[in-house]
Design a protein around this ligand. Structure first.
Ligand code: GDP
Ligand code: IMO
Ligand code: MG
Length: 421
């Protein structure tokens, strides 16, 4: 059985959590493949709103097994908080959540390093979520990291101390003022919670599951334009967020990948620094931000808002090999005067339809096509057949331009506000 992948095509927060939850009933296993608690995946159903950071978004389904893959980085403190919150909701986790032994651990000092790095960059800071993501992946590639499978080793504490001492040398004066003792107490409490879960060789587990005909969905975090290689570097995260990341982050061979579901908002948002060619600085941007409740699910920061960017979206579709598209938050655009879509960039006087290396506000000017907006409230729609003609025109135009079918149109945060085409 092949493995399907679901991932974001923009700068994150496209609505991945909602759609994984919607699709989870069709799968036996949901597996996160990269990122860590920089992610905030929101699910809404039965009047409950829940945000997940480390745990895959299939956790609310009765039978789905949820796997945290080797490509993920785990903060034991945040993990424990997530488990506590789910336990309170009566979610049975012990049999449903499996952790890769190869997933790396975020130490308290990784978070301090993250903050120090941002401080030293001053105005050109990345706008990191400060969850220690960059420093943890640096220790992974630097071959210094600690992994879930190390927790039960008798040398775990001494290896932890060695890494902390390395970090404290790197930090120098930036280490002063932190209550490491308190942070460590919480961290080791989190390690105890991690210990209570089953640690697996997740690549073998997933290979066997495939052989036995199990259906697997790989859940991405962040978005394609935040990819370490192909995103707007250096304003990116520290992992491969694209479909190739599902191969390295779970041990799935490329020829075993089935459908690749690409999620995008009917407009665009970005949180943190970095180029955003179609960003709006006017009342329309404010309207979208307010109506779309565009505040980060992890940090609460206000998200920057702008129009849909087709050159960027085409780039993302090509990088991922997207087979099916899902358009989110169509309801947010109701009631606007008109809707714009960037079809090209004016790049040093030349019209181009791709993202150049030097993509920034100074080098590229978006060229827009205007659409009539729909006035109807979409949130109560139960069938795409009842959608206003302006929305249908918008979807038809995008499908043609993107040469990929739009399978789902989302018209609200709830599970049920999901229209199939
Ligand atoms: P993720 O990181 O990709 O899982 O997305 P987030 O959860 O960070 O952000 C998406 C936000 O939009 C969440 O607050 C969702 O509840 C909400 N959302 C998802 N789909 C829709 C939709 O179709 N319409 C509206 N209005 N909100 C949505
Ligand atoms: P989900 O999975 C949106 C952004 C940060 C920052 C940059 C680097 O919820 O879509 P990092 O903490 O990784 O060092 O931050 O990436 N970022 C996200 N933006 N959604 C996310 O995850 C993000 N994870 C990281 O804002 O600009
Ligand atoms: Mg999010």
């Amino acid at each position: 059985m092949s493995v399907d992948v679901l991932l974001g095509l923009q700068w994150g927060d496209e609505g991945k959590g909602k759609i994984v939850d919607v699709l989870a009933g069709n799968y036996d296993i949901i597996a996160r493949f990269q990122g860590g608690p920089n992610a905030g995946h929101t699910l809404e159903f039965d009047g409950i709103k829940h945000v997940l950071h480390t745990i895959p978004s299939g956790i609310f389904h009765k039978n789905a097994i949820n796997v945290v893959g080797n490509g993920v980085v785990i903060d034991p403190i945040i993990f424990k908080n997530e488990i506590d919150a789910l336990n309170k909701m009566g979610v049975n986790l012990i049999t449903k959540l499996l952790l890769s032994k190869k997933a790396h651990l975020i130490l308290p000092t990784h978070k301090i390093l993250d903050a120090a790095s941002e401080k030293s960059k001053g105005k050109s800071k990345i706008g990191s979520t400060l969850k220690g993501i960059g420093p943890t992946y640096m220790d992974k590639t630097g071959r210094n990291g600690l992994r879930v499978g190390d927790i039960n080793s008798p040398e775990f504490k001494s290896r932890y101390n060695k890494l902390v001492s390395k970090h404290s040398k790197l930090l120098g004066n930036d280490f002063i003022g932190f209550d490491l003792e308190k942070l460590e107490k919480d961290w080791f409490d989190g390690i105890d919670v991690l210990k209570s879960f089953k640690h697996i060789d997740s690549e073998h587990y997933l290979h066997n599951a495939q052989k036995n005909g199990k259906k697997i969905l790989a859940e991405g975090a962040q978005g394609t334009l935040l990819d370490i290689d192909f995103g707007s570097y250096p304003f990116v995260t520290s992992s491969n967020t694209i479909s190739a990341g599902a191969c390295t982050g779970l041990g799935i061979a490329p020829n075993k990948i089935g459908d690749i579901f690409g999620i995008f908002k009917a407009y665009c948002t970005r949180v943190g620094s970095g180029p955003f060619p179609t960003e709006l600085f006017d009342e329309v941007g404010e309207f979208i931000g307010k109506k779309g409740n565009e505040f980060g699910a992890t940090t609460g920061r206000k998200r920057r808002c702008g129009w849909l960017d087709l050159p960027a979206l085409k780039y993302a579709i090509a990088l991922n090999g997207v087979t099916k598209l899902m358009m989110m938050k169509a309801d947010v655009l109701s009631d606007l005067e008109n809707i714009k879509v960037c079809t090209h960039y004016n790049y040093n006087g030349e019209l181009i339809d791709y993202l150049p290396f030097e993509a920034s506000e100074d080098t590229i000017v978006p060229v827009y096509k205007e659409f009539a907006a729909w006035k109807e409230d979409l949130t109560q729609l139960s069938s795409i057949d009842d959608a206003p003609s302006q929305l249908i025109d918008y979807i038809d135009f995008l499908e043609k331009e993107l040469e990929t079918p739009i399978l789902v149109v989302s018209v609200g945060p709830d599970r049920t506000q999901t229209l199939n085409r």
